[in-house]
Design a protein around this ligand. Structure first.
Ligand code: COA
Length: 370
């Protein structure tokens, strides 16, 4: 009996603060007109002090769980894709796992930059299809505003913060993720990176003075790479699924630049209307962009039951990949989950854990030898 991995819940979360191009033009030498013409971006969301990659990821995850009608304790796996993790370790996934109360799940992060969500989706799918697990949540979350050099006009206007999540569940009903491709070319590693803060160049006064903890990008080269791989990766995923391009109802591409998405449409000889686009509102939210675009595509009626969908991404690494899937929506829940009570319970438990950690800190603080 074949097991399929269905996307049964989807959710997003973006911070409240909207940063406009006009505001950016007061920070660096640029203009609303230039940014819109070269990237299609009008606004992006910026994390507040209280927002972190884990907190936004947990919000998105909770919304996805509500949609799927699955209790967090029934999750087997939490995968977080992020380039802005909370720490070097522990993983952001472990923090999210605790925040949502996924007490029976394993949790780990993957690092594949903007392609990360596609790779994470593929990993969760393979785990479900192999029979190893029955359910997973895949989260893409970023607080890129914290690693952007706000004096660099070549990068600061491009990026934004936010999170998106999918719940995946096993079912014998055909559907869900059908094919995927994952690719990487590390020879382009220097085209888009945060050079310092890792083991190659640990944090020091010198690396900070040189701004090496910020995103460094060779924009033109990344643009050329992106336009080369988007159409190719989509076509490969379609071929692998045994489909034809005309079978695909909608493409959900990584939202980096309107011109890159238009180039992909031209490469596939398709009208731009077949591509979901919301880069104007959120900018490039890296690994969060595909799930955020999916949530909005569904809300605006662009995603319907039975649709063949292609999701395609590219990013630092260099990395790129695509998945082809059948959009089936939530499975019939065995019994409805009461999320009102669950939300209160998760909130109280998270507060109690913080309180316990604080008390432990007080006690252990006294015992640590000076
Ligand atoms: N405002 C005004 N001028 C700017 C500017 C800004 N914000 N940023 C760069 N410029 C200038 C450059 O200095 C350059 O001037 P010069 O010709 O005098 O040297 C000129 O505009 C053209 O720069 P260029 O880099 O060729 O522009 P572009 O058309 O390639 O657009 C990007 C720049 C960044 C929008 C584009 O290269 C891009 O989107 N690249 C991909 C980035 C990406 O997707 N990264 C994430 C991958 S997941």
């Amino acid at each position: 009996m074949t097991t399929y991995a269905h996307i049964t819940g989807w959710g997003m979360h973006v911070p409240n603060k909207i940063l406009t191009n006009a505001e950016i033009s007061k920070m660096v030498d640029t203009s609303d007109e230039w940014i819109q013409e070269r990237s299609g971006i009008k606004t992006r969301r910026i994390a507040g002090k209280e927002d972190t990659s884990a907190s936004m990821g947990a919000e998105a995850a909770f919304n996805a769980l509500k949609m799927a009608q699955i209790h967090p304790r029934d999750l087997d796996l939490v995968i977080v894709s992020t380039s802005t993790p909370e720490h070097m370790f522990p993983s952001t996934a472990s923090i999210v796992q605790n925040q949502i109360g996924a007490v029976n799940a394993g949790a780990f992060d993957i690092s594949a930059a903007c392609t990360g969500f596609i790779f994470a989706l593929d990993m969760a799918t393979q785990a479900i299809r192999s029979g190893s697990i029955k359910s997973a949540i895949v989260i893409g979350t970023e607080t890129l505003s914290r690693i952007i050099d706000w004096t660099d006009r070549g990068t600061c206007m491009l990026f934004g913060d936010g999170a998106g999540a999918f719940v995946l569940q096993a079912s014998e009903k055909p559907g869900g993720v059908i094919s995927s491709i994952m690719r990487s070319d590390g020879s382009g590693a220097d085209l888009l990176s945060v050079p310092a803060g890792g083991s190659a160049q640990p944090a020091s006064a010198d690396t900070i003075a040189q701004g090496l903890h910020f995103v460094q990008m060779k924009g033109r080269e990344v643009f050329r790479f992106a336009t080369r791989v988007m159409a190719k990766a989509s076509q490969e995923a379609i071929d692998k699924a045994g489909l034809k391009i005309e079978d695909i109802s909608i493409f959900i591409p990584h939202q980096a630049n309107k011109r890159i998405i238009e180039a992909a449409a031209r490469g596939l000889k398709l009208p731009i209307e077949r591509f979901v686009m919301n880069v104007d509102k959120y900018g490039n939210t890296s690994t969060a962009s595909i799930p955020i675009a999916t949530v909005e595509a569904f809300e605006f009626g662009k995603l319907n039951k039975g649709d063949n969908v292609v999701m395609v991404g590219f990013g630092s690494g260099l990395t790129w990949g695509a998945v082809s899937l059948i959009w089936t929506g939530p499975l019939d829940a065995e019994k409805p989950v009461r999320f009102g009570l669950l939300s209160i319970f998760v909130g109280i438990r998270s507060f109690l854990r913080k309180l316990i950690r604080w008390i432990e800190g007080l006690i252990w603080g006294r015992w640590i030898p000076k």
